[in-house]
Design a protein around this ligand. Structure first.
Ligand code: AMP
Length: 281
């Protein structure tokens, strides 16, 4: 695997790859890699000739400086995992390679930015759009792979790509879970043994909603799901929503895609999870 830390070097390398007729698949991450990230690499391998992964803990998407400071960083282990997964190129730039002094642009993508996660993490999605825009401009991927785990992030990035008419295809990949159902996340390392048990209420509740899903009774389901989560010790619910998969507004019987999304603090760690209940495909 080739490792680049400067924009110039990776751009030169990928220019040669493109000139040789290779297609580029891109998996942006913040590192502390787990099987969820690796599943994106393996999807990318099925679509593209050359696979690029970035590891960059993006400061502009953290609204809490303490969260940024304690975000897990495990670069040596990440490099080994990426090599085993067959990744061709790692881009691991320092902050000043991505951000100059004058990075105050914002993009108006409408209300998607402000709902659900956006309400609890003001500015978060502007930071996500900034970094993904910059990474796309450097890597110029044919396809880019993102997890359903960050469902709203996928919508936000899709809107940004539409806005700038960027020539990249976005692919949403399924959520990888631990055997007991917990959605894999870099933040799971912060869970204590008892947090780890309490955290299971999230996937358990989403599963319960999926099993009992009935399009005419979504309000009751939502309220029972909220009660189940609120009853769990050491779990503080931020939101539980059964939403239209495109607008993220509460779903109606006419919604084509319906998604149940949850965010909660378990002990000191904030977790998100979701399940797609219906799609039109
Ligand atoms: P992160 O490093 O947390 O920014 O995540 C990088 C990418 O991995 C994002 O597209 C996430 O949605 C995706 N991802 C994170 N956790 C999982 C998971 N459990 N299953 C599948 N994809 C995931």
């Amino acid at each position: 695997m080739k490792i680049f830390t400067t924009r110039f070097d990776i751009e030169q390398h990928l220019l040669q790859s493109r000139n040789a007729g290779k297609t580029i698949g891109f998996v942006p991450t913040m590192g502390a890699l787990h099987q969820g990230h690796l599943s994106l690499i393996s999807q990318a391998r099925q679509h593209n000739d050359e696979i690029v992964c970035s590891i960059f803990v993006n400061p502009t998407q953290f609204n809490d400086p303490k969260d940024l400071e304690k975000y897990p960083r495990t670069i040596e282990a990440d490099i080994k995992l990426l090599e085993q997964a067959g990744c061709d190129v790692l881009f691991n730039p320092p902050v000043n390679e991505i951000y100059g002094g004058n990075d105050h642009w914002r993009l108006d993508i409408g209300e998607t930015e402000f709902l659900l996660e956006g309400k609890f993490r003001p500015g978060h999605y502007q930071g996500v759009m900034q970094v993904v825009y910059k990474l796309f401009s450097i890597v110029k991927p044919d396809d880019a792979f993102f997890g359903q785990k960050d469902y709203q992030q996928f919508l936000v990035i899709s809107k940004m790509v539409d806005h700038f008419k960027m020539p990249v295809k976005l692919v949403m990949c399924p959520i990888m879970r631990e055997p007991d159902g917990l959605a894999m996340s870099s933040r799971n390392v912060h869970l204590t043994t008892s947090d780890r048990l309490h955290a299971l209420v999230l996937s358990r509740t989403l599963n319960w909603v999926r099993r009992n899903f009935n399009i005419n009774d979504m309000l009751r389901l939502k309220s029972e799901a909220e009660q189940m989560i609120e009853a769990e010790e050491d779990v503080e619910l931020d939101y539980f929503e059964i939403a239209d998969g495109e607008t993220l507004h509460p779903a109606t019987e006419r919604s084509k895609t319906i998604v149940a999304l949850v965010a909660a603090k378990v002990g000191k760690t904030r977790l998100i999870d979701n399940v797609i209940l219906t799609t039109d495909s």
